[in-house]
Design a binder for this molecule. Structure first.
Ligand code: AMP
Ligand code: MG
Length: 362
């Protein structure tokens, strides 16, 4: 260790000098080393951890915090735990999740929800209204029909099957009782999927935990959903790459964000191709058909991750024209919609989007 070497060298030199001066100098040098060690302990202070939650890579980074690494680690662990709990409640893949239990409800039966699940479903309904039904958590029967729970279909569903599944779709078939925090459906067979909102909600909750621990500079990323709290290492915000929808491992742009959420929905995330046609995991609740190419990806910047996540999914359904209109109508929201027109990328942006763009590629 460099400091130790310097210290030894100094001690050697001092052996030849007067003993009082020698002692004083040795003590002051030792004191300086302890001070150095102490401050380095206080400002350890960068932590970067990842876990797989909700079937996706979740990363939490904190920088420039005046805390020990131990304190930071326990805050980050707690944030992960909160996200894991949301996954346990809202997953469609866990037998005893709130969502799976809700999906077994018979017509007019009621079930009491955990406050978090109630909160998410309530917000999902509000976004359903705001987006004229483009965002609709009752798309579950359609996602099943198109094989998104079973890893693919052996043949494409036919018109009648789609029509039948569509009869079960509509967020207005969900009945919520705010006082009792219960849910029910007005029709037999209605089922929900929170895949378009739960990740964003989990990111918001993780940020809340970190803030409660006094952490101000943190990035939480769950797949395409990110919240950038504080500025990170840069003076003007955390640098965040936007994935190129057609070139794996390439970025389309780099954004600089401070205290903002960003979400990207893409048709490259989960999809299958039949007869050269791409079928993505985002379904138009009005037609029952999976969307793709127009758009190929939607990026939304908002004040919180739940809003960014939900709007990105909804605008994927609405398309570029209506999507930009919706973004411009909302305060604190900006967005970029990338369409693949037969191999040529066409980009639509809201008026204020470019102020967040640090670097544009392609
Ligand atoms: P995201 O990755 O946030 O764009 O959300 C996509 C996920 O949302 C899908 O995997 C489905 O679980 C769910 N989903 C698909 N279509 C819709 C829709 N129209 N409204 C709400 N959720 C949807
Ligand atoms: Mg989404």
């Amino acid at each position: 260790m460099e400091i130790e070497d310097v210290l030894k060298q100094k001690m050697k030199e001092l052996m030849q000098t007067n003993s009082i001066v020698r002692h004083l100098t040795v003590y002051s040098l030792q004191f300086a080393v302890y001070c150095l060690l102490f401050t380095s302990l206080l400002h350890a202070s960068e932590v970067s951890r990842s876990r797989i939650i909700m079937g996706t890579l979740v990363q939490i980074r904190t920088v420039n915090e005046s805390m020990t690494e131990k304190e930071l680690s326990s805050a980050v662990d707690k944030a992960f735990e909160v996200m894991e709990e949301i996954d346990r409640l809202m997953s469609n893949y866990k037998e005893d999740s709130d969502v799976r239990r809700v999906n077994r409800l018979k017509k007019n039966e009621r079930m009491r929800l955990t406050p978090q699940t109630f909160d998410v479903i309530q917000r999902a309904k509000e976004f359903g209204k705001l987006t004229s039904g483009a965002f609709d958590i009752t798309v579950e029967p359609l996602l099943g029909l198109w094989g998104f729970y079973s890893g693919g279909v052996s043949r494409l569903p036919d018109h009648d099957e789609i029509k039948k599944a569509l009869e079960l779709v509509g967020y207005d078939k969900i009945v919520l009782d705010k006082e009792k925090e219960t849910i029910g459906f007005t029709k037999e067979g209605v089922r929900i999927d929170l895949g378009g909102i739960a990740k964003g909600y989990a990111v918001d909750k993780a940020i809340e935990v970190l803030k409660n621990y006094g952490i101000r500079n943190a990035l939480v990323k769950a797949g395409g959903d990110i919240f950038a709290n504080g500025r990170g290492n840069a003076s003007s915000g955390w640098r965040i790459g936007v994935q190129h929808p057609r070139k794996e491992n390439n970025l389309l742009a780099t954004l600089e964000l401070e205290n903002k959420a960003v979400a990207t929905s893409g048709d490259y995330e989960r999809y299958f191709i039949v007869d050269n046609k791409r079928y993505s995991h985002i379904i138009d609740p009005r037609t029952g058909l999976p969307k793709s190419n127009i758009p190929a990806s939607v990026t939304v910047i908002a004040r919180d991750s739940t809003t960014a996540d939900t709007l990105a999914t909804a605008i994927f359904v609405l398309g570029p024209e209506k999507g930009i209109k919706l973004i411009e109508f909302m305060t604190g929201v900006e967005g970029m919609i990338v369409s693949d027109m037969g191999g040529r990328l066409v980009i639509d942006k809201s008026k204020g989007f470019d102020k967040y763009v640090k670097l544009e590629r392609e």
